[in-house]
Design a protein around this ligand. Structure first.
Ligand code: MG
Length: 385
């Protein structure tokens, strides 16, 4: 009996950020490579093929470098299209069995694959699934409970989903034009008998940044804890023709007054970072009485705070800053600010947030006498135990 694994890796999966999730590194190894290896090392899987997005050819080649598997094929517009195209590409090989699996489930175990294969003894399809233990509620449009759903016999579908090859190929061809959420649904539509076999809690689908962080902890065996810091700063507006906020110079009919360059945004962020590691505040490290900091570029303060974090073994996970003023308009400068902060703190741009608000004309910011900023940051540390 010949068994092929079809790995569906054509999705864009941008929710994780930083490109399709299946190519993100997990413990230094691409997610997709871990997934492919899980099937290549299973003794009953004869061959593996991936369905990829045509734009990802070079990422794919790098991810599977050195592994022995079939050449990839290009997927279609939807997951269902991609699976059908993948199945059609296997017609020459004509396997008896095909296991269809999401690239973003790298922790599939041999036991889960075994269970699917065994399930095919008595059915045309067998899918990994988990019994639902939580109580299920259906909500109405206002977010109130409309009904409690009986969870008896309810299962969450995972992948792999294993099928007799000829049957699932026929089912997919006849489902063209019908949108279905998984391959089991395609099989059900064709009247095939599909059984539920034990999945596992570890067989998670990496969908969000949080999933990726959890997966990283599992791979490295290291748990991380997060600490939060907040910062607040105000600078008075005086005569001048520009302000510097978050490292970006903005033309204005006034200038922020301060001992350094008076970058209110960077000062709030620097205090947040120092706060998260309980290392005092910006004045502790750079006293205004010290003439060395006269007119200083505030990125010097920010970089120093980041170095203190690194020296303690911490990692800045994100920065969120709000600039509070009526004018100048922050929006047009936001991308430059995000890029600047990402550079200073060594972060991906998706981990940096710059926001702005007015105080509706109220208070000193409302009257244009000054600009305020507040910031928050999370800094993670590895737990050694
Ligand atoms: Mg300040």
């Amino acid at each position: 009996m010949k068994a092929a694994a079809l790995i569906v890796a054509a999705g864009r999966g941008t929710r994780v950020g930083g490109g399709p999730k299946q190519y993100r590194l997990l413990g230094g190894k691409p997610v997709l490579r871990r997934t492919v290896e899980a099937f290549l090392r299973h003794p009953e899987i004869d061959t593996v093929r991936c369905v990829i997005h045509p734009d990802d050819a070079s990422e794919y080649a790098a991810a599977v470098d050195g592994l022995v598997l079939l050449d990839p094929v290009a997927g279609g517009r939807s997951r269902q299209d991609s699976v059908r195209m993948g199945l059609e590409s296997l017609e020459d090989i004509a396997p008896d069995i095909v296991l269809i699996h999401d690239a973003a489930r790298p922790f599939v175990s041999a036991a889960v694959i075994d269970a699917c294969l065994k399930g095919l003894d008595a059915a045309e399809g067998a899918i990994a699934a988990m019994q639902v233990h939580d109580t299920l509620k259906r909500g109405d449009k206002q977010g109130a409970i409309a009904a409690t759903i009986d969870r008896t016999n309810l299962w969450r579908a995972q992948t792999p989903q294993a099928f007799r090859f000829d049957a699932i190929l026929r089912a997919h061809r006849s489902a063209l034009g019908h949108e279905l959420t998984d391959d089991a649904a395609v099989a059900e539509r064709a009247g095939l008998r599909v059984v539920l076999t034990p999945g596992s809690h570890e067989n998670v689908k990496i969908t969000t940044i949080a999933d990726l962080v959890d997966a990283e902890s599992r791979v490295s065996g290291v748990q991380r804890i997060c600490r939060t810091g907040i910062g607040f700063d105000v600078h008075r507006l005086g005569p001048g023709d520009r302000v510097i906020i978050c490292g970006v110079e903005i033309p204005h009919d006034g200038a922020l007054v301060g001992h350094s360059d008076a970058d209110v945004g960077l000062h709030a962020i620097t205090d947040a970072v120092l706060g998260a590691i309980a290392a005092g505040d910006i004045g502790t490290h750079f006293p205004p009485s010290d003439h060395r900091w006269r007119g200083a570029d505030s990125s010097v303060f920010a970089r120093h705070a980041a170095e203190l974090v690194h020296a303690r073994g911490g990692r800045i996970e994100n920065i969120d800053v709000t600039i509070i003023c009526e004018r100048p308009k922050i929006g047009p400068h936001r991308p430059a600010m995000v890029a600047k902060l990402a550079d200073i703190f060594g972060l991906q741009v998706e981990c940096v947030s710059v926001k702005a608000t007015t105080t509706e004309g109220l208070g000193f910011t409302g009257r244009g006498q000054g600009i305020a900023a507040q910031a928050a940051t999370s800094i993670s540390f590895a737990l050694s135990s």
